[in-house]
Design a protein around this ligand. Structure first.
Ligand SMILES: [Zn+2]
Length: 125
């Protein structure tokens, strides 16, 4: 026996029926869509926190560099960041909360330069 996907009432009639009425149908789709949005938020939130944790663990002194591959292999994803800061040379550091990173090639090796957010950065726009 088929049951309604929204309220689990047994369905009579057509075998391909999924809902008992249009109310159940729209309620179900509303809920499914809401959950999808929630899960996107949770995924982004999780990735940002992973990024922050990794940047923090490799940047204990406030300034450091790390191989791009090493950090990425641990789950770092540079596409997720909270804001950015441009220094006077025009380098754009991306930040995950208070931890920043800049991709650079040093001696033919791809590196992230790691910095920590400073209050003076606030003023530059
Ligand atoms: Zn129903």
């Amino acid at each position: 026996m088929n049951t309604c996907k929204n309220c689990a009432t047994e369905l009579k009639g057509r075998v391909d029926k999924k809902f008992c009425n249009s109310y159940c149908k729209s309620a179900y789709h509303y809920e499914a869509n809401k959950n999808k949005k929630d899960s996107l938020f949770l995924d982004i939130d999780k990735q940002l926190k992973t990024n922050r944790r990794l940047l923090k663990s490799y940047n204990k002194s406030g300034y450091a560099s790390i191989n791009v591959d090493t950090l990425n292999a641990e789950g770092f994803n540079p596409n997720y960041f909270t804001h950015y800061w441009k220094n006077s040379k025009g380098d754009v550091y991306l930040f995950c909360y208070e931890y920043g990173f800049l991709k650079r090639e040093i001696n033919q090796k791809k590196k992230y330069i790691l910095i920590i957010w400073q209050t003076h950065m606030e003023k530059k726009k």
